[in-house]
Design a protein around this ligand. Structure first.
Ligand SMILES: C[S@@+](CC[C@H](N)C(=O)[O-])C[C@H]1O[C@@H](n2cnc3c(N)ncnc32)[C@H](O)[C@@H]1O
Length: 255
């Protein structure tokens, strides 16, 4: 099978589905919070100049806003940035994550929700983040994680990926190898590495469509997505509600 042309896939996906990822993650709950709230808590209040890398529809920019702080959202997709400007007033820049338009050492913190899974090449993105952070500055990122999920939660996710005939894919490595490689590249001090499981609840067809729309499935034809939606709708009809576990990992490192 031919390798995925990720640059083209991501450009097309985010042109056609801007805001789709955040619509799912905003609704993914662990107790009283979603992954954006969780990441925002890791950013020190003293961070005045903050970049959210691969900001998508601006969910994180909105969370980070606070008096005296300048938050910039950066993304390559014009359509995602349009959504962000509508939903989360702030400062935005269209740029590639491997060429950050900021001076050396000019930022107190860089955040990213899933961004390090998509910006390629990863080592260049990491070099850029390290360059723009000031000494003592913080990088706080969220990446997916399957650890901590119970066998039942994993089985529920697997039922869905079986119908799709593939797991969601990302251009850069996920989990252990990804984060390990990242930290080695970063030469930053890891100060935290935590995991939490969130739940996205499917009550009706709209919830099912929203979930399936947000997945990167370069090897799954459109009809498989439709079958996956029907599968979820059928499960809801049978059991009342479907809760899909979304495992997340939060890594915080200091320069
Ligand atoms: C999985 S989405 C996450 C978006 C956002 N952080 C959120 O949580 O909704 C990945 C984002 O990375 C952006 N992206 C992909 N390649 C990029 C690159 N080379 N530089 C900057 N952004 C990029 C996409 O346009 C998309 O908005």
């Amino acid at each position: 099978m031919a390798a995925t042309d990720w640059r083209r896939y991501l450009a097309d996906f985010h042109r056609d589905n801007p805001g789709a990822v955040q619509e799912v993650l905003e609704r993914a709950r662990s107790g009283d919070h979603n992954p954006y709230d969780w990441l925002a808590r890791a950013v020190p209040p003293s961070a005045h100049r903050v970049l959210d890398l691969a900001c998508g529809g601006g969910a994180m920019v909105r969370r980070l806003a606070s008096p005296g702080r300048t938050v910039v959202g950066l993304d390559l997709s014009a359509e995602e940035l349009d959504v962000a400007r509508r939903r989360a007033p702030g400062s935005y820049v269209r740029a590639d994550g491997v060429r950050l338009p900021f001076a050396d050492g000019s930022l107190d913190a860089v955040t990213s929700v899933l961004g390090l899974l998509v910006v390629q090449p990863l080592d260049e993105a990491v070099r850029e983040i390290t360059r723009v952070l000031r000494p003592g500055g913080a990088l706080a990122v969220i990446a997916p994680s399957i650890w901590l999920m119970s066998p039942k939660e994993l089985a529920d996710v697997t039922r869905l990926t079986r119908v799709l005939r593939t797991r969601p894919q990302f251009p850069n490595p996920v989990e252990r190898t990804g984060v390990k490689a990242l930290l080695a590249l970063l030469r930053l001090h890891r100060v935290e590495d935590k995991r939490e499981v969130y739940f996205y609840t499917v009550d009706d067809r709209e919830d099912a469509e929203r979930l399936v729309r947000a997945l990167y499935l370069p090897r799954s034809p459109a009809e498989r997505r439709e079958i996956a939606v029907e599968h979820l709708v059928h499960r809801v009809a049978k059991q009342g509600q479907v809760r899909i576990a979304v495992g997340m990992r939060r890594v915080v490192a200091m320069k």
